[in-house]
Structures are given as C-alpha cells and as structure tokens.
Design a protein around this ligand. Structure first.
Ligand code: IPE
Ligand code: MG
Length: 234
C-alpha cells in the first residue's frame, strides 16, 4: 500500500490525512475480496524500515492502527473475516499488541476470508526468524542440518499455513518488492500501478485481477505443461 503521502501532498494536506484516506481504501479492498471470493489478502501496513520515518509520522500511524483496530474488529468478525498479524510485535506498544491479540481472538473462528496485516514486518526478518527456529531444533538434536529443505524452512515462516500468493499488487508507481514476502513471492505474479493507495478501490482491484487472469503461470515448465505445479526451486 504505497502513495498515501503523495496523495496528501497533492491536496496540500498533512501526510496523516493520506494515511487516513489509506485506511478507507483498505476497507473497500477488504470488502471487495469478501464479495469476489478472494480467500486471502495480505496487506503491507508498516515495514521494519518504516521506523526510519520522522517520529511524529510513526506516532500518528500507530495511533491510526490502534483506532482502526478498535473500530473495525467487530465488523470484521461479523463479515466472516479472520484477521491475523505478521511481523515482529515486540517493537510495538503494549496497547497495540493487546488489541491485535483481541482482534485475532475475536475473528479466529471465521473461515471465509483471511486478512493478514503485516506490521513491523520484513521478508528478510521472516526468513531470519525461520532460520533461527531451525537452528534451535538442530541445537536440541531434533533435526540435522542435512534435513533442511525448502519445505522445512517454509514451514517456519509467518504464513506457513496459507497458500503462496497468486498476485502481488503495489500501488504508488514504484516497481520493487521493498522487502515484502520475499520467500513466498517466488512464483507470484507481480502487478504495479501508478494509482496512489488512497485512490485504490474496487475498480483498481478488478483491473489487477483481469491482468492476472491474462497471465500464463508456468512454474518453470514449458507452456504445453501448464496446469501442473513444479515441486521446488526450478
Ligand atoms: C504508504 O504510503 C503507507 C505506509 C508506509 C504506512 P507512503 O507514506 O509511503 O506514501 P508516499 O510513498 O510517501 O507517497
Ligand atoms: Mg512510500
């Protein structure tokens, strides 16, 4: 979700106004996924690198998360959305951590849509924490180094129990991954749009899905073989 700041700047508003408008866009996109039967949506809300922003902007972002969480949790629960967070929570305020936990508990029984919000997340952090878990299992003698393969490492990652993403969307015009789900994106279709995040809504989602539908996914195979999924790193 990129472009909140520029959206605000274009309107001569403070960056916070862009982030507020960004929350509204989240609302619309989540609703769209519910209606269209998109089962899993992962949103990159705050990266580990975002801590480098001015303290005042970080403060207002955190405040906005907390407010949105308190406001939306019940409605998400009603709309059959299961909310989960990925990222290092230890860097967040205890109040925010508490409400994240409460919202997860409140929505845990839902199975229609999985909404995952990445906060204080980084793709490299995720791989590092997975490597540490495996390292610990080696230390205890449960595992030997030679047993480690993509499956074992993947199982220690944040979204291990979910399918790998089909489509990656970045708004705001930049064409890079910026340390999002590095491992999981290996075979994901990438889609970049100039549209700034607060302007991103159902029509933009429709466009992205249409582009995705026109792509041929080969997973390392030749066109005649498509439909089959390659097992691993090929
Ligand atoms: C993305 O919008 C939102 C967050 C990182 C929370 P930006 O704040 O990066 O907006 P631009 O890139 O400055 O326009
Ligand atoms: Mg940005």
């Amino acid at each position: 979700m990129d472009g909140n700041g520029r959206w605000a700047q274009q309107r001569k508003l403070p960056r916070t106004a862009g982030h507020q408008a960004g929350v509204k866009a989240v609302h619309k996109v989540v609703e769209f996924c519910g209606h269209k039967g998109i089962k899993v949506l992962t949103l990159f809300a705050f990266s580990r690198e975002n801590w480098n922003r001015p303290e005042s902007e970080i403060g207002s972002l955190m405040e906005l998360f907390l407010k949105a969480l308190k406001r939306e949790a019940d409605q998400l629960a009603e709309n059959h959305v299961r909310l989960r967070f990925i990222g290092d929570r230890s860097g967040l305020s205890s109040e925010l951590q508490k409400h994240m936990r409460l919202a997860e508990e409140k929505t845990a029984v839902n199975e229609e849509t999985d909404l995952i919000i990445a906060v204080n997340y980084g793709g490299r952090w995720d791989i590092v924490q997975a490597a540490r878990s495996l390292g610990k299992r080696i230390e205890t003698g449960e595992l030997r180094a030679e047993q480690i393969d993509a499956g074992l490492l993947g199982a220690e990652l944040s979204l291990a129990n979910l399918p790998e993403p089909d489509l990656f969307i970045r708004s705001g015009g930049d064409q890079r991954i910026s340390n999002f789900m590095l491992w999981q994106l290996a075979y994901t279709e990438l889609y970049f749009t100039e549209v700034l995040w607060p302007d991103f809504g159902p029509e933009e989602m429709e466009k992205a899905v249409a582009v995705y539908a026109g792509r041929q996914r080969r997973f390392g195979r030749v066109p005649e073989q498509t439909g089959a999924r390659a097992d691993d790193e090929c």
